[in-house]
Write a protein that binds this ligand. Structure first.
Ligand code: KG4
Ligand code: ZN
Length: 367
């Protein structure tokens, strides 16, 4: 194996319903990358934790072997291993962590326990060299909604988060209400293309103008009320026998409301921090209406970073990239380290404005 930039990092992701492995060479060359989405959950309309863990167990060895083969390397060539250690489904996480530990021990190389949401932050930098801090980050996935100021890698200042459902969870639940399959995000986006977003007006939660920047609602999100509003609308339409013809309009209205809130809060963060570089990560950042609306709101003066859909959704390459960053800082995991369903975000502190002081309430980072 000659001519390959070092370090060679094997990244593994098994926190939810994707089994993925990647071989990353140097800063951003992905030599091998395999992403296997589990389809066992479709009939249940959501991820079943035990089934997810079993499916990872069945496939993970083959996924790692295929990524190494694609890269043209063997496990013994790898310099460093990284694995998502949390947050996520504990049974699913353990599959990746146990394999990584055993492999690292077997080849005598270090491993890094990666935080899943930090990995999402690194995804755009795999494709764009300038997707580097400082930036305002909006992380929107199936389990998290985080709005942060990132002055440098490893320093994460939390401005807002969701009070209830995550953004992706809201897409998935609303899809279920509309009779669409899991995962709901892509289904809603597809259906919304044929809908009128103004036909069934829906609330924009926590956007009250009367709340100033010191109010706890100012940067936080809430999606469960919006989901309930959709549920009521769906029930009314069903009672009238008109859901089928209105489904696309309701999907479009929900998507518009969710996107409006995500963009508005991000622009508040831009105004607050004075930083007009925005990075979006996580599965919901694939949403084309969100991408377009954020670009429009930022205008030509700002910068917007996001990864291609393959790297925005759960994948092993972003985990390898985050592992590389942590390892460069001298951080490796001891042999007794393990998975944690509620792993704290490393380096996450509440945002405090340099002059004015931060929001009065100290947000407690939720897992
Ligand atoms: O980051 P991700 O792949 O996994 C987690 O870490 O959770 O995000 C998955 C979430 C799901 O809730 C899915 O419905 C949502 O991302 N999603 C989308 C789109 N594609 C995936 N949401 C809105 N629009 C999309 N196009
Ligand atoms: Zn994710």
């Amino acid at each position: 194996m000659t001519g390959v930039a070092r370090p060679l990092v094997l990244g593994l992701e098994t926190s939810c319903d994707e089994t993925s492995a990647a071989v990353l060479s140097g800063d951003r060359e992905i030599l091998g990358h395999v992403i296997l989405s589990q389809d066992v959950h479709q009939v249940y309309g959501g991820v079943v934790p035990e089934l997810a863990a079993r499916a990872h167990l069945q496939k993970v060895d083959a996924v790692v072997a295929a990524a190494l083969q694609q890269a043209g390397v063997t496990l013994g060539d790898v310099d460093l291993l990284g694995v998502t250690a949390g947050p996520g489904l504990i049974g699913a996480l353990l599959v990746g962590v146990c394999l990584t530990k055993a492999a690292a021990y077997g080849i005598g190389r270090p491993w890094v326990a990666v935080h899943h949401m930090e990995a999402h932050l690194f995804a755009p930098s795999l494709e764009q060299a300038d997707a580097e801090p400082p930036f305002v980050a909006l992380l929107v996935s199936g389990g998290h909604t985080l709005l942060m100021h990132v002055p440098e890698w490893g320093v994460y200042r939390l401005l807002g988060q969701t009070r209830d459902d995550a953004a992706g969870e809201a897409f998935d639940k609303v899809a279920k209400l509309l009779g669409l399959p899991y995962p709901g995000g892509p289904e809603i986006q597809r259906l919304a293309l044929h809908g009128d977003p103004d036909r069934h007006p829906l609330p924009r939660p926590m956007l009250r103008r009367s709340h100033g920047a010191a109010h706890p609602d100012y940067f936080d999100f809430s999606f469960s009320g919006l989901k309930t509003a959709v549920g009521q609308r769906v029930a009314e339409l069903e009672a009238k026998g008109g859901l089928d013809v209105e489904r696309a309009h309701v999907a479009a209205a929900f998507q518009a409301a969710a996107v409006d809130v995500l963009v508005a809060k991000t622009m508040r963060a831009v105004a607050r921090t004075g930083c007009d570089r925005v990075l979006m990560g996580g599965g919901v950042s694939v949403n084309s209406r969100l991408r377009e609306a954020m670009a429009t709101a930022l205008g030509p003066g700002g910068r917007l970073f996001f990864a291609s859909p393959r790297l925005s959704l759960d994948n092993g390459a972003m985990v390898a990239r985050a592992a590389r960053f942590r390892h460069d800082r001298g951080e490796t995991a001891p042999i007794h380290a393990s998975a944690s369903a509620s792993l704290p975000f490393p380096g996450l502190v509440r945002y405090v404005h340099p002059e004015r002081g931060g929001p009065r309430r100290a947000p407690t980072p939720r897992a």
